[in-house]
Design a protein around this ligand. Sequence first.
Ligand code: HEC
Ligand code: HEC
Ligand code: HEC
Ligand code: HEC
Length: 507
Amino acid sequence: MAHRIVGIVLVLSAGVLAWAMIRAFGSKPGPIPEEAASGQPQNIFEFERERARRTNLAGRLGDDDGFVAVVFFGGEIMGNLEVCGCPKNPLGGVARRQGYVRLFAERYPDVPFLQVDTGYFFSDRIHPMTGDLTEDARVGNEWVIRAYDHMKLDVVNVSYHDLPQLARCLRPEEFRRHAKETPVVTRFLSANVVAGETRRPSLPPYVIRELSGGRLAGRRLRLAFIGVTEAGGYRGRDFLVRDPVTAVRQLLPRVRARADMIVVLAYLPQELVERLARENPDVDVILASVGRPLWLPPTTIGRTYIAYSTYQTKLLGELRLYLHERGGGKRVLARYIELDGLIPDEPSTEALRAAARRELAAVQRRLAERAMADASRPLRTPSEEGATFVGSRACHSCHSEAYAIWTASGHARAFATLQKAKRENDPQCLGCHVTGYEQPGGFLTVFSTPRLKDVQCEACHGPASRHLEDPTRPYGKVGIPEGCLPCHTRENSPDFEPVSYWAKIKH
Ligand code: HEC
Ligand code: HEC
Ligand code: HEC
Ligand code: HEC
């Protein structure tokens, strides 16, 4: 029996997410959730804010509206078990995610649930010289496997970003070890990633999970999960990525008869998610990740219900399943739980996260020290005609006023901020807190290039060696906000607004 669609309940933050929504929709808001349309606030943004006022745990756990089972969904943690490093209202992290799941299990002991991931759970940070995953990425990815195993994830969809690490996991001896120690690897899934030249074993294209007990009474609910990804930037030889829409179409006849509900886990751009729904009307639900820090509201195409996981799983998706059709023939409903400080950490997952952090900090420090030892053989050198970074002190003599303003600004202390957070060797954080990170002649590590820490003049104006040689040559035009946005992103600077921000550092 086909299970039908949807009503929509959203729990959103007024902070990060509202900014994301406004940027995402501009003047054209997404479909208005039914409850908003019928209830008091007519405007979707007001509706979200209204919801966000539910500031207690009971509110987060939601109303008991008779749902019988749940699929929790997240995605795009990108090798990171931490709460996001964003300054305002930090969200996410595996410990809170599991903290919520535990609260849920206590509040609804008779509701069976599954936990799934839509993809991009591994870091795919590549070393510029070796072309292989960086050592800290590999260490972090092993911790993701341990964490997902500990959290007992039921289905994990492989995205193209996950393939470099997956190629390692699928080496026969590695796979045997993982299957024994961390069997979550046997729950990795993909219908359109297939073995390439190196003949790695293929992943299962789909899996059927049966839910029973509790509110399901005597019934069994069979959920088929199919996983797909776009090919994206994958250039490796270990796998081939086939067309995702075709892959799903070819599987459906086999899966349909064996399941009560078909759920596709998709790591795809929005256009492809929608095409997948249009061309495969048999699919009941798509849980998708669009690979961008955008938040998209659930929608329905034909009778396929589509819900998107949030970037870095800052909000945990909760897909509620109902036995009987709700108003308008609906059988599922997505909620989003903001993983902020209100949600307590699950202690054993938190202990695992902390152990991961300790090992990663040690590895990253060792890598940074090694880079210093190698400093005689710099990783990247300035191009022939290119200027190099000279550091702010060189500007002081001629631009003393600008220099004084900069010294007093947060930009001059941006590296200390990372030191305080004990992340000063972490490539995930360095990019915006130093000068010329990974650019020719720019910051490499605090050991080898200490004078380029912090957001110095040249982080905005560009390398200045040529300007020092001849100050009359045109140099250093910076646009506002274009020059700010690479660092002042929606993620890391949710309150950014060009006029007031520039006013604080005007020189
Ligand atoms: C030897 C003196 C000297 C030093 C050192 C120097 N500048 Fe300049 N800078 C000048 C002069 C002179 C101008 C041109 C001013 C003008 O045309 O009004 C200038 C102009 C600029 C401009 C404006 C360019 C424009 O077209 O409006 C920027 C930005 C700038 N400098 C940045 C820097 C930075 C960053 C440093 C340090 C890395 C630096 N300068 C070091 C002398 C210097
Ligand atoms: C994409 C750029 C970017 C990345 C990557 C980044 N940051 Fe930041 N960070 C910023 C910006 C911009 C601000 C200033 C935000 C504001 O005031 O609006 C900031 C501010 C902060 C602050 C608050 C500083 C203060 O005292 O107000 C902390 C703490 C911080 N970052 C830590 C981190 C950590 C830890 C990481 C790595 C996990 C990280 N950042 C990665 C851009 C970034
Ligand atoms: C956060 C980015 C940023 C940093 C850091 C920064 N600047 Fe600028 N600077 C700008 C922008 C943006 C403008 C242009 C403003 C405009 O067009 O009105 C500017 C303008 C200038 C000018 C031209 C001023 C004029 O009167 O036309 C000079 C000179 C200059 N900066 C020097 C420096 C020096 C020296 C430092 C470091 C001590 C520095 N800047 C640090 C963003 C930055
Ligand atoms: C290379 C990355 C980078 C660029 C480019 C950048 N910022 Fe920042 N900005 C940061 C970081 C990191 C912080 C947080 C510093 C800290 O640790 O406190 C910050 C903080 C700030 C702050 C708050 C700190 C203070 O001094 O009050 C303002 C305001 C600001 N930036 C304005 C701007 C503007 C305006 C531009 C563009 C002209 C700009 N920034 C470009 C990285 C950047």
